[in-house]
Write a new protein. Structure first.
Length: 172
């Protein structure tokens, strides 16, 4: 019995290994912030000389990075609370309403939704960058991006459908 309790305690405490992953994602957000600021510094001083399309593509890049950053933060908060430990800021006025309420299924759907949105922005950027008469390479690139985006959308619908089926299934 003592060996079993020791093994179970080790297994239970091993969840803290995941904290390193979440800290790594926070550092990933710092790196993303650096790229965001780099893109903003590139666009802002040149806004008067850039074409409208270039400004729109630049802004779409900023939106894309903001979505990725938000996604990372959502994964950090939710994943940490689901798998490691509750974050003890329940009384903090800035605590997001969704914190502590997103389960693994909800997190999965939020992640795929964010991926679909990011993919849509990448697809829109590709459309914006196509010249008057697109080259074969541009058409091939666009075709693959449309296929990948459609795959993400289909995956999101399938995830949602599986969660609905699982939620409607009676527990034994």
């Amino acid at each position: 019995m003592k060996i079993e309790q020791t093994i179970e305690k080790i297994m239970f405490n091993s969840r803290w290994l995941l904290a390193v992953f979440y800290i790594g994602l926070v550092l990933g957000n710092v790196l993303l912030l650096i790229k965001f600021l780099q893109e903003l510094i590139h666009i802002a001083p040149n806004v008067l000389t850039l074409s409208e399309g270039e400004v729109v593509v630049g802004i779409l890049s900023l939106v894309d990075m903001a979505l990725v950053g938000s996604l990372l933060l959502m994964i950090v908060f939710s994943g940490y609370e689901i798998f490691v430990s509750k974050i003890d800021v329940a009384v903090h006025e800035d605590r997001p309403d969704w914190m502590g309420k997103v389960d693994f299924s909800g997190l999965k759907l939020k992640v795929i939704s964010a991926i679909v949105a990011i993919s849509a922005i990448e697809l829109l950027k590709t459309f914006m960058e196509i010249s008057g008469s697109p080259t074969d390479g541009e058409i091939k690139n666009l075709t693959w991006k449309v296929i990948i985006h459609a795959t993400f959308v289909l995956s999101g619908v399938m995830f949602a459908l599986m969660d609905k089926i699982a939620g409607d299934t009676k527990r034994h």
